[in-house]
Design a protein around this ligand. Structure first.
Ligand code: SIN
Length: 553
């Protein structure tokens, strides 16, 4: 089947122009937009739902930075490298931990209000893998919501930042030299800008967040469908280490049929002293790791999964009854309300928890300036792989990474603008097509993709389980192509693009996970249970072949 029979959006019905188009409205996207404005560039923020609907809002625990007495960037670096299980880029981590503290101070200057002690100092908590109290938080356990509030307020009050909400990005536009020159998008119900349109720009920044919706149960919101990684792959960009999907150990267990976004029970709850126990109230993490419940996240998620297998149960428990009612209400108001809304009172009861998909440690490959392998295309935040997280992200490093690398992208754009390296681009909008086409499965495929992924490529994987998942994904692609051949292609609407993106990132993730024949960080192979530094102490790069198939090398 030729590529031209694959994903095709209708020709754009409208076009607009800016200097920098930023896709995504979390901490990374909004920070790029605000800083690009300071450099005199016009910025346009495109977001899939409302401005504050991305993953940032859901972050509970906080933002890690060496701000406390006795703490240093060097210690933060050490903890990050240990969590990353040998695959962090040390230079990227050094950049993160040394620029992080001032980046947090700049965030405070923008208006974010962190929890303070009686002397006005920032209160710091602990989370898994951190040997120090290093996590700044806001509203107790509503850190992401506060950061989002502050940045959204700043962006809304800057008339130089234009916003397009309810818009799903489709494909990158490039000029004759292959430099990013804007993108196509599908806007839902924006009056004049309804339907498929195009934004012409001098540079494009992806800050689209994660891909958790590729699994049945995730902490990610419904909008996290891997759109940025999918766009980048179709544009010919390289992506790195997609196999390293972090499963958060303590997600509120709502029953075997629970699907979609699940409530998080922050690691900070363990940071403040809650225990993991089995149904007999045995603390099974004690003796497994020197940090017990505060071991790096991959170790805790694996221990919970093993314990569930051993006991034949579908969840373990978190015990925070000793906190008492006042501490629950002041320190963890969001989690308290969320548990109670599901009929569990953490003040008097154990909280049932199980791991669920949480964070993509890999993503679109970038350098330290946020540049991808496609000129003029940048990425930051969860969609990017800067090298900071390696095989397993250290808790609460993600908001910091979004912040630090967004500032670096804006600085690079400013520098290029000053030196005349960022001219207006000329692009044939009407004839725009992705560099590589992919199948466009029916919107109903979403649930089937999630089931296939959770069954065969979830927290525990094997060659056999992933072959079954890959076969299921291939069958969905064949179905999509058969419908095109019969001239009954899927209706090109937002749900269809999302299914196409989920299908593409799922296929790429499985290709990488099947290739890595070892257990490392958050990639856990039943058939290769050990870390193998001889063969696999390296990154896996995935690109799309011209046939639309992900190739991992
Ligand atoms: C949490 O609060 O446990 C999540 C924080 C993170 O993912 O870094």
């Amino acid at each position: 089947m030729s590529v031209s029979h694959r994903l095709t959006a209708p020709a754009p019905g409208w076009t607009t122009t800016t200097d920098v188009v930023v896709v995504g409205s979390g901490v990374a996207g909004l920070t790029v937009a605000l800083n690009a404005r300071k450099a005199g560039l016009r910025a346009m923020v495109v977001t899939k739902a409302m401005l504050d609907d991305g993953s940032t809002r859901w972050a509970q625990g906080g933002i890690a930075a060496a701000l406390g007495e006795g703490d240093t960037p060097e210690q933060h670096l050490d903890d990050t490298l240990v969590a990353g299980a040998g695959l962090c880029d040390a230079e990227a981590v050094r950049t993160l931990v040394t620029e992080g503290p001032d980046a947090v101070r700049r965030l405070i200057a923008v208006g974010a209000e962190f929890d303070l002690d009686a002397d006005g100092e920032i209160l710091l908590t602990r989370e898994g893998g951190h040997h120090r109290r290093r996590i700044a938080h806001a509203g107790g356990d509503a850190t992401g919501a506060e950061i989002s509030r502050a940045l959204v307020t700043a962006v809304r009050s800057d008339p130089g930042v234009e916003l397009i909400e309810h818009a799903l990005v489709l494909d990158l536009l490039t000029d004759a030299e292959g430099h990013a020159a804007g993108l196509t998008l599908h806007v839902m119900g924006e009056g004049q800008r309804d339907g498929v349109g195009a934004i012409r720009a001098r540079a494009v920044v992806l800050a689209t967040g994660g891909m958790g919706q590729v699994f049945s149960a995730t902490t990610n919101p419904a909008v996290s469908t891997g759109d940025g990684v999918a766009l980048a792959l179709r544009a010919g960009a390289e992506v790195t280490d997609l196999e390293f999907v972090q499963f958060h150990p303590t997600v509120l267990w709502l029953g075997p049929e629970a699907e979609g976004q699940q409530p998080l029970v922050s690691e900070a709850v363990r940071g403040e002293g809650a225990y993991l126990v089995d149904a007999d109230e045995n603390r099974f993490m004690v003796g497994q790791h020197e940090l017990a419940e505060l071991a790096p996240r991959d170790i805790v998620a694996k221990a919970i999964t093993r314990q569930m297998q051993l006991k034949g149960t579908e969840h373990m428990y978190l015990d925070g009854r000793h906190f008492g009612a006042d501490m629950w209400a002041t320190r963890f108001p969001t989690i308290l309300a969320s548990c109670r809304s599901h009929g569990i009172d953490p003040v008097t009861e154990l909280i049932p928890v199980a791991p669920a998909a949480h964070y993509a440690s890999g993503g679109v490959s970038t350098d330290l300036r946020g540049r991808t392998t496609v000129p003029g295309l940048y990425a930051c935040g969860e969609v990017a792989c800067t090298g900071v997280h390696g095989a397993n992200r250290l808790a609460s490093n993600s908001l910091l990474e979004g912040l630090v690398f967004a500032e670096r992208i804006a600085a690079d754009l400013a520098e290029r603008h000053r030196s005349g390296e960022l001219p207006e681009r000329s692009v044939d909008v009407a004839g725009a097509r992705a560099a590589v086409g992919v199948p466009l499965p029916a919107p109903e495929s979403r649930a089937e993709i999630q089931r296939l992924m959770s069954r065969g490529a979830g927290v525990l994987r094997s060659a056999e389980s992933m072959a079954a998942t890959a076969a299921g994904l291939a069958a969905l692609a064949e179905q999509a192509l058969a419908h095109v051949a019969e001239e009954k292609p899927a209706d090109p609407r937002v749900e269809t693009w999302e299914a196409a993106n989920l299908h593409l990132v799922a296929s790429a993730l499985v290709a990488a996970a099947a290739r890595r024949e070892e257990t490392r960080g958050c990639h856990w192979r039943e058939d290769f249970p050990d870390r193998d530094d001889t063969h696999w102490h390296r990154h896996l790069i995935t690109t799309l072949a011209t046939t639309g198939t992900p190739v991992t090398g």
